[in-house]
Design a protein around this ligand. Structure first.
Ligand code: SF4
Length: 271
């Protein structure tokens, strides 16, 4: 039977890296809008922990230290649980009472996998905040500061590498609405979920920090960081290491589904 022009089904979106990039960007922009409109936090399921991070820049900074090697929701609950165990989050005491901090982190159930390194990072961060920022983490990211300067300041803290610094800057911009200059200099964290999504969508064809960052800039030149949370959520919720749920995925209609690509180097260039 002949199909009249006005009866033709709408064309399916082409599955390509370009389509996937556009869809990922759209998702990122939606998430940014949601975060801006949101009342209360979404860092973790613990309400009191969210409230603490929402009202205390110092707790947010400590939360950044926790975000490594454990699920994000558990990490962001860390500052609150630490405050419960210590009875405070006083910077002077965190800096000076190192043994108490170490005991509080390690007491079963431990607050983190890194019971030997995290306490040192916490005490060192408190000391640096007192010495260089007048005891206020917000002084690291004043309104109008440049993205690269804030990233550099965060990198000076023990326990904060490129990945955490980039993530923190993006959260400051997206969730807390901190007006930072140089949004085009932001990036995505070189995170396992983000990397997997960038590789499988074809946005990147090599699993290196440079390749992922370059792909983010190409996909969203004005605000590359807008892709960070979007890719992280797609990776966590759908694009799993094994058995990705492509048909349910937010990028389902756009992604070329290069599912043989993994972050352990199979199917991609490492360099
Ligand atoms: S789950 Fe499938 S559709 Fe979604 S990003 Fe991964 S490979 Fe693409």
């Amino acid at each position: 039977m002949r199909v009249l022009p006005d009866e033709r089904p709408a064309p399916l979106m082409e599955r390509s890296p370009e389509s996937a990039a556009a869809e990922l960007r759209l998702f990122g922009e939606e998430l940014s809008g949601r975060a801006a409109a949101q009342v209360g936090g979404h860092f973790t399921d613990v309400r009191e922990a969210n409230e603490l991070i929402e009202r205390s820049p110092e707790a947010f900074l400590l939360g950044v230290l926790f975000t490594q090697g454990i699920p994000a929701e558990r990490a962001w609950a860390g500052p609150y649980l630490l405050s419960q165990r210590l009875g405070h989050l006083d910077l002077e005491r965190l800096a000076l009472e190192r043994e108490a901090v170490a005991e509080a982190v390690a007491f079963p159930p431990a607050l983190h996998r890194f019971v030997h390194t995290l306490p040192g990072w916490i005490s060192a961060a408190a000391a640096r905040l007192l010495a260089e920022y007048g005891g206020s983490a917000a002084a690291i990211w004043p309104a109008g500061a440049h993205t690269l300067d804030v990233t550099e300041r965060l990198l000076a803290f023990d326990g904060i590498g490129e990945k955490k610094a980039v993530m923190a800057v993006e959260i400051l911009r997206r969730h807390f609405g901190v007006p930072l200059e140089g949004a085009e200099c932001g990036s995505v964290a070189y995170d396992v979920h983000v990397r997997r999504v960038f590789l499988r969508t074809g946005l990147a064809d090599a699993d290196t920090p440079e390749a992922i960052a370059t792909a983010a800039r190409a996909a969203c030149p004005e605000v590359p960081g807008v892709l960070d949370l979007a890719a992280w959520l797609v990776g966590r919720d759908w694009c799993r290491p094994k058995e990705p749920r492509c048909d349910e995925c937010r990028l389902s209609a756009a992604c070329p589904r290069l599912t043989a690509r993994t972050v352990d180097g199979v199917g991609v260039r490492r360099r």
